[in-house]
Design a protein around this ligand. Structure first.
Ligand SMILES: Cc1cc2nc3c(=O)[nH]c(=O)nc-3n(C[C@H](O)[C@H](O)[C@H](O)COP(=O)(O)O)c2cc1C
Length: 296
């Protein structure tokens, strides 16, 4: 009895540790479960990349005091200058609109990319073109990382394939995998080694003022997505191909590999080059004008 009572404090202590361990473990499980769910009815949305922080609001974890408005005289006293672009005749604009549509209608996502070299200046020009995109309050919240180094490309392939295999087998779910089947995509991405260029587009969720304070990047995701669209058009214009990819859950690893700062989130990865001579694409049809346009 004496032995039992002298051991009681030890039992109580051990019991407390066990209970604490159980509570902590169940909290962890709740946390990971709630990561998979969103506020809209708690539906699982596996295509939402947690790292992307899709909202353009200031992150709730951020302190508003960390942010600062434009400060310098130059930034605040912006001159407004005349804008007089060339105006085409009615027949010219019709012809140009038809030609541009024909060009863009030939754009396809191509997953068979040739190693044939592409002049670097062309890549610089298409990125300059992407950088002409409009952006919320002209914040230009984009970073285009151009990778040509074979070792880095291979490391990117390893990261993407490892995560994509988990995505296909575990995260995406039967419906998504089924919907992709006809496109014949999977987690093997040879083009990541082969394409002469990989362009990784990061959205900057905020900027940084020279004094270290954060600068709000309004609508950064929409702005960068528009820039990506212009980049796709610029590539099409020079006869290069790519496939729009959004490597789910690869952002943090790729950001670390490419030594990008924490305010940059991977939005898109574009392998760029010429198509192989035996490239194929799924025979998809596009919607008619009447199916995409509403006249009011
Ligand atoms: C946001 C977005 C993400 C995409 N992600 C992938 C991807 O991860 N892998 C892939 O092979 N294709 C991806 N695609 C390409 C689509 O499958 C392709 O655009 C669609 O099948 C239509 O084909 P098209 O681009 O040839 O017109 C993506 C496209 C978009 C717009």
């Amino acid at each position: 009895m004496a032995l039992f009572s002298s051991l009681t404090p030890v039992f109580v202590a051990v019991l407390c540790v066990i209970i604490g361990f159980i509570i902590k473990n169940s909290q962890k499980k709740d946390e990971s479960r709630s990561k998979e769910k969103r506020s809209d009815g708690g539906k699982v949305r596996p295509w939402v990349d947690e790292d992307l922080q899709d909202d353009t609001e200031i992150n709730s974890k951020d302190n508003e005091d960390d942010y600062e408005c434009l400060e310098t005289e130059d930034e605040n006293n912006l001159h407004h200058i005349p804008y007089t672009p060339h105006q085409y005749s009615a027949s010219e604009i019709l012809e140009r609109s038809e030609k541009f549509y024909s060009l863009m209608n030939l754009r396809r996502s191509v997953r068979f990319i040739s190693p044939e070299p592409v002049p670097r200046e062309v890549i610089n020009n298409v990125i300059l073109t992407a950088g002409t995109a409009p952006s919320g309050a002209h914040t230009e919240p984009w970073t285009f990382v151009v990778v040509t180094d074979a070792d880095v490309k291979h490391k990117i392939r390893e990261i993407v394939e490892e995560e994509e295999e988990i995505n296909y087998k575990q995260r995406m779910g039967d419906k998504w995998v089924h919907d992709l089947k006809r496109l014949r995509t999977n987690w093997v991405k040879e083009y990541l080694d082969i394409a002469p260029y990989l362009i990784l587009i990061f959205k900057q969720i905020h900027g940084v003022h020279p004094n270290g304070k954060k600068k709000t990047h309004y609508y950064n995701e929409i702005s960068v997505s528009i820039a990506c669209g212009i980049l796709l058009a610029a590539l099409q214009n020079v006869g290069l191909v790519t496939v729009t990819t959004t490597p789910l859950n690869c952002g943090p690893q790729l950001r670390a590999l490419l030594q990008r700062p924490a305010n940059e989130k991977l939005l898109m990865l574009l392998p760029v080059g010429y198509p192989t001579s035996d490239a194929t694409v799924p025979d998809l049809k596009r919607k008619d004008l009447n199916d995409i346009m509403v006249n009011v």
